[in-house]
Design a protein around this ligand. Structure first.
Ligand SMILES: [Zn+2]
Length: 254
């Protein structure tokens, strides 16, 4: 299994990352993707990747941590240029309508990062929250060609298909382990497995039955199990297809 979205660079994993990776490996997780969130975090991601080559890394500026420094985009450009060989995507980028930062400002940074990804011929990792229409609008505006993943996808089949038509995969995480997430569960049940990736978003988004605990890639098997149930498939087919999807999208050698 591959955890295509986990924030192992965050302080929550600072003291026991090695143990977390070992537990995850014992649980069958062979690869991890750590998306970037802030400029301060990029160096730490590099260090982790150096020490643990099973961790892939992406660099980006998350809308949650948007600051007033207007050179952050050019900093990102320099950083990716320097570390292009090790960077598998631009992200986590996106738009969030539930935070205080004005959407207009978020959009500027989002479009800038999409253009950067286009320039480097890299896929993107996209964060959404009540912003599907604006994300799709941005992708069309830039005529973005390298696809990516919609992190923690939730939404209707119609929305899902709009992304898929533009070359995106859907990141499927702990949300589907909750029976109350009926719309997303319904969507996931009808979207072909070729378009799905497994993810945890650790340390956030705990799965059903693990609320209040730090989330970990070691628990990703819960997502694979729920996905298999929803699609009436064997868990091992879910694992092998989502693994193949990962290699296809991020173009890294397994
Ligand atoms: Zn994230």
């Amino acid at each position: 299994m591959i955890d295509s979205h986990c924030h192992l660079d965050l302080p929550e994993f600072k003291t026991d990352l090695k143990t977390v990776l070992k537990q995850s490996s014992e649980a069958g997780v062979t690869r991890f993707l750590i998306p970037g969130t802030t400029q301060e975090g990029w160096q730490r991601q590099l260090t982790i990747q150096n020490n643990f080559p099973q961790c892939d890394i992406a660099f980006g500026l998350h809308p949650y941590f948007l600051t007033d420094e207007d050179d952050s985009l050019s900093q990102l450009q320099c950083w990716v240029e320097k570390h292009r060989h090790i960077c598998v995507a631009i992200g986590e980028i996106g738009l969030d309508a539930t935070v205080n930062t004005p959407l207009k400002k978020q959009q500027e940074l989002f479009l800038g990062q999409l253009e950067l990804a286009q320039q480097f011929e890299l896929p993107v990792i996209m964060h959404h929250r009540k912003t599907h229409h604006l994300l799709i609008e941005g992708v069309k505006k830039v005529n973005f060609k390298y696809g990516g993943v919609i992190h923690a996808f939730s939404g209707s089949e119609e929305v899902a298909r709009q992304y898929i038509d533009r070359g995106f995969l859907l990141g499927i995480g702990g949300t589907i382990t909750y029976p109350r997430a009926s719309k997303t569960r319904q969507t996931v049940s009808v979207i072909p497995l070729e378009y799905l990736l497994l993810e945890t978003d650790a340390p956030d988004m705990p799965m059903q039955g693990r609320q209040g605990q730090r989330n970990s890639p070691a628990f990703i098997s819960d997502v694979a199990k729920s996905l298999a149930e929803l699609k009436n498939l064997e868990k091992k087919s879910v694992i092998s297809q989502t693994t193949e999807n990962y290699w296809r999208l991020f173009n890294v050698d397994g």
